[in-house]
Ligand binder design. Structure first.
Ligand code: MSP
Length: 671
């Protein structure tokens, strides 16, 4: 049976669980669920990193013993995950005896193999990172040399230390990367790692004698181990000792990490294992580095963290919606932004209007047109049904492929292509019109309803890794059981079998009630959104007409255009569209190729010259105003059907997109 083992970093116990931690944990959970539902023997590990000088100092400040301090803090992380529907199989703490034992064994193996030796260390150390830096990696500031991440001065350390012979593993690491091209993802990060290793690896000081809160070095208890030697080993120690049945999960399939800790995972960790005598086949299979999250465009500061506290968000929006948004919004591997308004826009457009609408209208039609009586699911099947069946099979294939390449955003998009196709199918097949034909239309009505219900069954399966509770609710309304993964059984081996039995259908309350302005205001208040610093209000200089002080020229307003009649204006078809995907046009720094949903069934391709002001990821998911009846044109060989409206500012880099003040249905006319 296939096995799958996924890990998150173990989080520093003295931090509070925040959105950055939640993001990695949710991705890990969704990935584990995907493998579980395929019947794989799956393990998902998270935990807390509890040693080090930082913790020792913080405990001292609280006048607590370090152990009591970490016992209290670790609990916050343990309790953070169930409210987000994250179900790790194990939660490891680096202060547990099971961990300490395995770390000491690993150390002893490295020592026996000559990979650890004694020496004196002199260097610059950042306690925040628990890492040594070379001078050129640091920032020169008036307070002295500062850590590039924490912006705080580094400390000069000189002490007796044990060293890990990292330099001896340089060639072997490079060969390992060469033979295992999938070891570091994404590709751009892999190149970073390789060039770092090629630039020359220095031996690593891996013990400290100036503080006590750590795992003791075997045979030399004055020394405690370098926290990263200790912490990285959690991935192994959580599987017990070598004879433990849990060791079947080793080597780990994927370590999910933030880009800031990639070096530790992609260089140090395999080198430590090599030092302990592990062969290439026993090294982790992949380290996937994701980007960093900002909040409403700003770096995560203490005050901002409060409004995105994972548990608060889950309460305000439900855990499934938070999971959906995070996985959908951020292309896994890239930096991303958590934006509250964007979350609401996606919720309304993709959950309420798209998935929710498909469910509600299908069940509503079953009741209205057929009073939930059994359906003749086959005899009047036509081309439209065949097309939807193909779309479902394609979505299944692409969603699976996307999860296999750890691209949750692509998995969700592949499923949403099917949801949009299903809504379009119901529009085109128009069962209400068939019903008007009386007996002559009955067979068609039956086949349409059965096909839509079957598509919903498939969708409820495909979304399970991301939204397990929503999946269960949809299935309850369809009268089928929730997804309960069974080892060895592939719940994704779906067969297309429209059913005649409608006895279990149960129209419930809508799963995704629209978030209107009132509800949004209530959520904002609940989250304390009104208390966070607002971005500075724009200065009113655009309206200024008298010469500004300091000889600056006043802003020149554009010449007013010639008057037009209302009829002339009405010839313009302005519509609300939602950007589904967006990418740069190769060889152009200005053009973006956007696929925009205007509610027409098929998205439109619009090539917009706004690429200097926006990155593609700024646009995806946004609602925009589109000139829908603009004559098609070709730009750099690409057809463009429409134009996105934006207001200009200081130049090509400064544009403001026009967007509705409230989320609107796609295709809504702007007048
Ligand atoms: N304890 C170490 C990891 C040891 S693993 C053997 C550590 N802990 S951490 O709590 O500081 O960070 C854990 C993870 O959270 C890292 O992957 C880091 O990238 C991630 N994040 C912290 N802030 C983040 C964002 N703002 N956005 C996304 N992830 C971020 O490092």
């Amino acid at each position: 049976m296939e096995r799958f083992y996924v890990t998150t970093p173990i989080y520093y116990v003295n931090d509070v669980p925040h959105l950055g931690h939640a993001y990695t944990t949710i991705v890990a959970d969704a990935l584990a669920r995907f493998h579980r539902m395929r019947g794989h023997d799956t393990r998902f590990l998270t935990g807390t990193d509890e040693h080090g000088q930082k913790i020792e100092r913080a405990a001292e400040e609280r006048k607590m013993s370090p152990q009591a301090f970490v016992d209290e803090l670790s609990q916050r992380f343990r309790e953070a995950w169930p409210p987000l529907e994250c179900e790790p199989d194990d939660f490891i703490r680096t202060t547990e005896p099971r961990h300490v034992k395995v770390v000491q064994e690993l150390w002893e193996k490295c020592r026996a193999n000559g990979a650890i030796y004694e020496g004196t260390y002199e260097g610059l150390y950042c306690v925040g990172c628990e890492a040594f830096y070379t001078e050129k990696e640091l920032e020169q500031t008036p307070q002295g040399l500062c850590c590039p991440i924490h912006k705080t001065p580094v400390e000069k350390l000189k002490e007796q230390s044990y060293f890990f012979k990292l330099s001896a593993f340089q060639d072997r690491l490079l060969e390992f990367y060469e033979r295992n091209p999938g070891f570091v993802s994404p590709e751009s990060r892999k190149n970073e790692v390789i060039s770092f290793v090629k630039s020359g690896l220095q031996d690593l000081s891996i013990s400290r004698a100036s503080f006590k809160w750590g795992i003791k070095v075997p045979g030399d208890p004055k020394h405690v181990m370098y926290v990263w030697f200790d912490a990285l080993t959690n991935y192994l120690s959580a599987l017990g000792e070598p004879n433990d049945p849990l060791r079947r999960y080793w080597p780990c399939d994927v370590h999910l990490v933030g880009k800031d800790i990639l070096r530790f995972h992609a260089i140090y960790w395999p080198a430590f294992l090599m030092g302990a005598g592990y062969g290439d086949a026993e090294l982790p299979r992949k380290v996937f580095a994701h980007g960093w999250m900002t909040i409403n465009g700003q770096k995560m500061s203490k005050s901002l963290r409060n409004v995105v506290e994972p548990i608060k968000l889950a309460k305000a929006f439900t855990p499934d919606v938070v999971r959906f948004y995070l996985l959908r919004e951020v292309a896994f591997g890239q930096d991303g932004d958590f934006n509250h308004s964007q979350l609401v826009a996606r919720y309304n457009a993709e959950l309420a209007d798209s998935l929710g609408n498909l469910l509600n209208r299908t069940l509503g039609l079953c009741t209205k047109l057929r009073a939930n009586s059994p359906l003749d699911a086959k005899s009047a099947r036509g081309d439209l049904e065949a097309k939807l069946e193909d779309a479902a099979k394609l979505a299944l294939q692409q969603t699976t492929l996307a999860w296999d390449e750890i691209a949750p955003h692509k998995a969700i998009e592949a499923t949403w292509v099917l949801i949009r196709a299903a809504n379009k199918y119901v529009d085109e097949a128009a069962p209400w019109a068939e019903a008007k034909k009386g007996d002559a239309g009955k067979a068609r009505v039956d086949v349409i309803l059965a096909t839509a219900l079957e598509t919903l069954r498939w969708i409820s399966t495909l979304i399970w890794p991301v939204m397990p509770e929503v999946s269960a609710k949809i299935r309850a309304q369809l009268g089928i059981g929730r997804i309960e993964p069974v080892q060895g059984e592939n719940a994704l081996a779906l067969q297309w079998e429209p059913r005649s039995d409608t006895s279990g259908l149960a129209v419930g309350t809508p799963i995704f009630p629209k978030i209107d302005a009132d509800r949004q205001a209530a959520i904002w208040a609940e989250l304390g959104m009104n208390e966070i610093e607002k971005p500075e209000a724009p200065k009113p200089e655009a309206k200024e007409t008298k010469p500004a002080e300091g000889g600056k020229k006043p802003k020149v307003m554009a010449e007013p255009a010639a008057e037009i009649t209302y009829d002339e204006f009405a010839r313009m078809d302005l519509r609300i569209g939602q950007v589904l995907s967006c990418e740069r046009v190769p060889k152009s720094d200005k053009l973006l190729k956007c696929m925009i949903d205007l509610g027409e069934g098929q998205p439109r391709q619009v090539v917009a010259g706004i690429g200097k002001a926006f990155a593609p990821e700024d646009l995806v998911g946004k609602q925009v105003v589109v000139v829908a009846n603009l004559k098609p044109a070709k730009l750099m060989g690409l057809e463009s059907r429409g134009m996105i409206l934006a207001a200009s500012g200081e130049g090509e880099n400064d544009l403001a997109l026009l967007a509705p003040g409230k989320t609107r249905n796609v295709g809504t006319r702007v007048k």
